[in-house]
Design a protein. Structure first.
Ligand code: ZN
Length: 316
């Protein structure tokens, strides 16, 4: 009896916190989209660019413990220009070529204030114009990094296409009903191409088994590589790059720049690679799947095995 009531208490507490957590998340997403759309109304810069920039900056600041909606951080030297950092007077910023602006109308240009930050970024983009090319140029001058600009532009297209800012649907790369096997091969030595360690998981399956995108994202690379054979690279909205290698071939019509959905077939299992274009059959057919993370400065590979295990369990 005691145990049962304890269990009831425990489960109702658990349920309540789950619901509260879920509602909080929905609210937060709505609040963010509202902010971005508000900014679009003021600046005529489409809301999905604000969403994309914010997503990119959230990705490179995962350690930030701050509970703010807007993750964009405009560095002091950009915000204040040569103005003293003690003053949040917008006129001082204009005078000293800082980019800081007052977005919420309180007379202060505060680089910790969500509206001030978004409005400042919007005014900055406006100076270049409103077209895709203009925004690309503005982003390049701000970040000075090709991969950052490419990522943000692709995030924006994805957000615009699906009219949402969260893309957490995932898929195991091999569909149900096909035979496959894999184990954790992270860091194993491999024979070809010198002393490189194995950066990924090999999923063994028969020739022609469909290979599916594990997340939403944009095709960033497609073609031949002497190690990877026919391979395709897809970047998702969380600054993660997904690499699918040794394919037999690609799904019809799939090209660099295309948006793909989690679970969409992108190619099929093969044994291509380890030689000039078209080389195949030097090892048993398998999908080599790698994951890479970009922190805004560097990109590095991490172990996809735990993710594959999770997606395998969760994919219907
Ligand atoms: Zn491999």
């Amino acid at each position: 009896m005691i145990i049962r009531s304890l269990l009831t208490v425990f489960f109702s507490f658990f349920l309540l916190t789950t619901i509260a957590y879920a509602e909080e998340n929905v609210d937060e997403e709505e609040q963010k989209v509202n902010l971005f759309k508000q900014m679009e109304a003021i600046t005529q810069i489409p809301w999905y660019y604000y969403a994309a920039i914010n997503q990119y900056e959230a990705n490179i600041r995962e350690s930030s413990e701050e509970d703010k909606l807007i993750k964009i951080m405009i560095p002091d030297e950009k915000w204040y220009g040569l103005a003293p950092h003690s003053s949040n007077n917008p006129n001082m910023m204009i005078l000293f070529q800082g980019m800081g602006n007052d977005g919420d109308g309180d007379g202060l240009a505060d680089n910790k204030n969500d509206l001030d930050i978004l409005y400042t970024f919007g005014r900055y983009l406006q100076r270049y114009g409103h077209s895709e090319q203009d925004i690309k140029a503005a982003l390049w001058n701000y970040y000075r990094r090709d991969l950052t600009v490419l990522s943000i532009m692709n995030f924006a297209r994805l957000i615009q296409k699906y009219d949402q800012i969260t893309f957490d649907k995932t898929s195991f790369p091999i569909p149900k009903g096909y035979n496959y096997s894999y184990r954790n091969t992270w860091g194993d030595a491999r024979g070809f191409g010198g002393r490189r360690i194995h950066e990924g998981t090999d999923i063994f399956a028969n020739y022609g088994t469909p290979v599916r995108a594990t997340t939403y994202g944009t095709v960033e690379l497609k073609g031949w590589n002497k190690f990877g054979g026919w391979r395709i690279g897809i970047r998702d909205i969380y600054n993660r790059y997904h690499y699918y290698a040794h394919l037999n071939g690609f799904a019809d019509g799939i090209e660099v720049g295309d948006i793909v959905e989690a679970g969409q077939t992108i190619g099929s299992v093969g044994s291509s690679g380890y030689g000039p274009p078209g080389t195949s059959g030097k090892f048993p057919p398998h999908l080599h799947y790698g994951m890479y993370k970009d922190d805004g400065k560097n990109e590095w590979s991490f172990d996809p095995y735990p993710y594959l295990k999770k997606w395998e369990r969760n994919t219907p």
